[in-house]
Design a protein around this ligand. Structure first.
Ligand code: ADP
Ligand code: ZN
Length: 633
């Protein structure tokens, strides 16, 4: 196996190991490795298999790109989405790697050119689809060249237990047999142990280095609010984030279209994305979002894997997701660049029975139970008064020990937990005493002491709890009921006229042995809206923000000229650092995170000029800044 581990320019792998941090700085422009990157790279340099679980944005691509650059031969990257390959290759090329892709979207002559390159040993990285790896002709080509290793991206696609199973990934099972001397590194962001085992087994990895990074995403702020008037809430949220890239998830195609139209009517650059659109339109919308030509994409969960955009600043769930796995994956698309981003969920209590109803339609029992368990975990996450981050991580068996994360609505003190034990007892008693045959409206009528015909006709004005809650507004009782249902103490059944009944689980609360809490949002949300403390964003003054916008415009223009997405040129983080540090020469520019040798050559001049022009303009524009200290550069 070691035969394939020759490092370029060295005679044997044993000769002086390369200073990896030097390569990291020169090639990628990063000062340090992120957690777990270095061990994975070292394993690959030593020709060992690796299995890597890292959350989205964790920096998986660098784990194979860096060794691919150092090792003799070509690294074959298996990637599930043809639509992404071009962007991936553009990004790798902009970094200075010798990369290409082969897929059916290329013309035959283009494919020949790539193969030619490959055979000449001119590629560090070759991106291919799993289907390609099943083609005899391609396999024959691979047999003729020197391979450094295989990198299997989105490796969970090989598992039927995963959420994106792709049958053509099963073909990868024969890789170890066909290329016994070539190591394999598998990468995924899917967290469950079951999927993990399945991947290792199916890919037949040989005692791989196992790496499981933390699933915490410190730069994401989690916030949940009750869904009251979604159209208005969505619009006001998007306005607060004007000019930023965001994804809004909705459950149905219709609501996707409605929201997208509504946003456009209010001047927001928004497009829709769902499986009902024609392929061409869907691809065009995704592309427009990817290239910062529109700010918002309103989508069903069909929108996901194809999105590699690193500067998504928020993910808004306007409907309750079905599972925490889904919620985690979807929110994970925000802030891949490590800059602050917000995950905002509108909790519609009406969504819960709807989803339960859908689950009940699942014919297969095990699957139905699984779906119900997933939903219960989601509901508990959204309704229980506890740090969102802690809950989310604990769902993935990870302990988050700090007492407060500082970057969720609970820890930020935006919601509070109120003891509603007595009110819960009142409501449940009303449900029981009216025979567990009535819906929410009637139960609230009873508690609030409404004088309706129905109440009198049924004699419900004579039961003990009648009017006992008249001193509180109806919406208070609604809130208590919502929470009782969400927390599983009260059942709501029947589709057309759902009726309420008290579940056995409510016994302890009814008996007063266990308290019952509801969480309510404080009216006034602190002014600090979406700037979590971790991830240490650079504090941006108003001028920095102006310069950032100038640089963003320049980035968009350069990307347009090159036909690549803007993030391929530089990430938001890089631009923000430039705006704050205002480098004035190549050496200073190289000190900015994300500026490596290649990007310096390609884009350095343009950015330095823009920064210099901005600084000069600022100096002469009123009100004048103090003159620069004499003897400056
Ligand atoms: P993943 O594939 O795990 O979702 P990516 O490989 O796209 O993540 O990396 C996410 C972002 O993090 C990219 O913008 C990448 O350039 C950046 N990144 C990766 N490694 C580092 C590092 N060591 N230092 C700074 N930024 C990094
Ligand atoms: Zn928290």
């Amino acid at each position: 196996m070691t035969a394939s581990a020759d490092i370029r320019g060295t005679t044997s792998p044993a000769s002086s190991p390369p200073a990896l941090t030097d390569v990291l700085r020169d090639l990628f422009g990063f000062p340090a490795f992120r957690a777990h990157q270095e061990p994975v790279i070292r394993a690959l340099l030593a020709a060992r298999d690796a299995f890597v679980v890292m959350p989205t944005g964790g920096g998986k691509s660098l784990c194979y790109q860096l060794p691919a650059h150092l090792l003799e031969g070509t690294c074959v990257v298996v990637s599930p989405l043809i639509s992404l390959m071009k962007d991936q290759v553009d990004a790798a090329t902009a970094t200075g790697l010798r990369a290409a892709y082969l897929n059916s979207a290329l013309w035959p002559w283009e494919q020949n050119e790539v193969s030619h390159h490959l055979l000449r040993g001119g590629l560090d990285l070759l991106y291919v689809s799993p289907e390609r790896l099943a083609m005899p002709q391609f396999l024959a080509t691979l047999a003729r060249i020197r391979l450094s290793f295989f990198a299997v991206d989105e490796a969970h696609c090989i598992s039927e237990w995963g959420h994106d199973f792709r049958p053509d990934y099963l073909g990868l099972a024969t890789l170890t047999e066909r290329f016994p001397g070539t190591p394999i590194a598998a990468f995924t962001a899917t967290a469950t142990p079951r999927v993990q085992e399945d991947i290792i087994d199916k890919l037949r990895l040989r005692s791989p280095l196992l790496v499981r990074a933390s699933f915490n995403r410190p730069n994401l702020f989690y916030r949940i609010r009750p869904k009251v008037n979604p159209a208005k809430q969505i619009l006001s949220f998007v306005r607060k984030h004007a000019g930023q890239a965001g994804i809004i998830y909705r459950t149905t195609r219709r609501s996707v279209e409605e929201t997208a139209t509504q946003l456009r009517d209010h001047g927001v650059r928004a497009v829709a994305y769902h499986a009902g659109l024609e392929d061409r339109e869907r691809a065009a919308n995704q592309e427009a979002f990817n290239r910062d030509e529109v700010d918002v994409v309103v989508a069903t969960i069909a929108f996901g894997m194809g999105i590699d955009k690193s500067n998504v600043r928020y993910v808004l769930h306007a409907d309750l997701p079905r599972s925490l796995e889904g919620y985690y994956q979807e929110t994970g698309r925000a802030g891949r660049d490590g800059e602050p981003a917000e995950c905002f969920l509108l909790l519609g209590f009406g969504d819960i029975p709807k989803l339960r109803y859908f689950n009940e339609q699942i014919p297969e029992e095990a699957e139905r139970k699984h779906a119900n368990r997933c939903l219960a975990a989601m509901v508990s996450f959204a309704t229980v008064y506890a740090c969102r981050r802690k809950q989310l991580l604990s769902y993935f068996d990870e302990v988050y020990s700090p007492p407060s994360c500082g970057a969720c609505d609970v820890c930020a003190g935006e919601v509070e937990s109120v003891d509603a034990t007595r009110d819960a007892q009142i409501v449940m008693s009303a449900i029981v005493r009216t025979g567990q045959r009535f819906g929410m409206g009637h139960v609230i009528d009873v508690v609030a002491g409404a004088s309706t015909e129905r109440i009198h006709a049924l004699g419900h004005d004579r039961i003990k709890t009648y009017g006992i809650g008249a001193d509180r507004p109806r919406h208070h009782w609604r809130l208590v009921l919502d929470h009782l249902i969400a927390q599983g103490l009260v059942a709501q059944s029947g589709k057309e006229y759902p009726t309420l009944s008290v579940r056995p689980t409510a016994r302890d609360v009814l008996g007063g042995a266990v308290p019952f809490f509801v969480s309510i949002s404080r009216d006034r949300v602190p002014a600090r809206q979406s700037t979590p403390s971790p991830g240490a964003p650079i504090a941006a003054g108003a001028q920095d923000a102006d310069l950032f916008e100038v640089l963003r415009g320049l980035r968009r223009r350069l990307a347009g000229e090159l036909g690549v997405p803007p993030y391929v040129v530089f990430s938001d983080r890089t631009l923000r650092e430039m705006a704050a540090l205002r480098p004035a020469c190549d050496a200073e520019l190289l000190g900015v995170t994300g500026v490596g040798q290649r990007k310096l050559e390609q884009f350095g001049m343009a950015f330095l000029e823009a920064i210099a022009a901005f600084v000069a303009g600022r100096r002469t524009a009123p009100p004048a800044l103090p003159p620069p200290a004499s003897g400056g550069r």
